[in-house]
Design a protein around this ligand. Sequence first.
Ligand code: ZN
Length: 414
Amino acid sequence: MPADLEGMLDEETFTKARLYALDKSSFGAVSGLFSQATSTLMLVYQGYKIFWDLAGDSLDGLGYSSDHEILQSILFSTYLSIFGTITGLPFSVYSTFVIEQKHGFNKQTVPFYIKDQIKKFFIGQIIQAPILAGIIKIVYWGGDHFYLYLWLFAMFMLLFLMTVYPDYIAPLFDSYIPMPEGDLRAGIESLAASVEFPLYKLFVVVGSKRSTHSNAYFYGFYKFKRIVLFDTLLELAERNKLKTKEDEEKEKDEEVDEKAAKMGCNNNEILAILGHELGHWKLNHVLKNLLISQVQIFLMFALFAFLSKAKPLYSAFGFEDAQPVLVGLMVVLQFILAPYSAVVNFAMTNLSRKFEFQADEFAGDLGRAVPLRSALIKLNNDNLSYPVYDWLYSAWNHSHPPLLERIEALKKYQ
Ligand code: ZN
């Protein structure tokens, strides 16, 4: 263990984190190779065309004429999703029930997992279908400047989904309960008030049914901001306050999970984490990210408009006669823009790391550097994050700076 980590984690935790990182890394290599192989096969055998024709045949079978592009596109993307779900399933199962299980994070039972996957698939399809229909309609209706309308549509849909997702979609998967009255709640409210954060609601999400990884975040527009804490972030005593009578009945016979009992941050540390989150808000990080993504989406649609009538773009994927909007859009997004996206992702990862330092600094300015330091260490240990990475690997892959760098930057407050 590197000497820098002295006092932050013990040899045992370091070893656990190292083994977890190694398992995840081998898994990543195998699943990466597999997805590279599938996408290569999709290209070689013109998979888009196969699925497109399949969708057309299905429509014929259902008695629709096959020139119904919107229906065919929806069916096409459903088939692609089914294909993706089936090929991805072994990896998802392995990751949840072998890797996460082995390292003590998985809390999902098999029935819970199956139900979750089915829900995810159907809800995804329900959201996707009207958006696809909208996109195709706009491209045909919008004339030469369809990309402008497409952009407005995308912006509207994004804001709409950001509004409805937390209240109507996320609760379908997890239960969000208002944080009970008490010291922690009072502390959070006064912290929010001290930086004029318009706290509208305060939730705890019972993520511990899924996994013991922990997190905190905020969302919401304008004056309706919500803060969400994962129950796994809380110490055992606070976590127990959330339990209903029913839960207690159920858990009576269960063994107390020793690891889960030791996890969590004390109230001061949680307030420091929220100080960091409020920094993201006060410094407009969310808004800045949103603006950047709007510029991105605009450029992407403009390029699509420029290329959308180009024959080679379609014929390369097996489409000689028909030029379906969805296929053109997918080719532009996934293949033509791939090198550009790689560069943009790198820049965004860098920007994100910069924002993290700024948010840490904000919490430091609020006088919360000491509990933030211990919270970062505790979270790192609870989640078994491996603390040492090569700087180049880190620069490409990590949206959050490595633990040691964050601790180092907090030193100026001591
Ligand atoms: Zn952050």
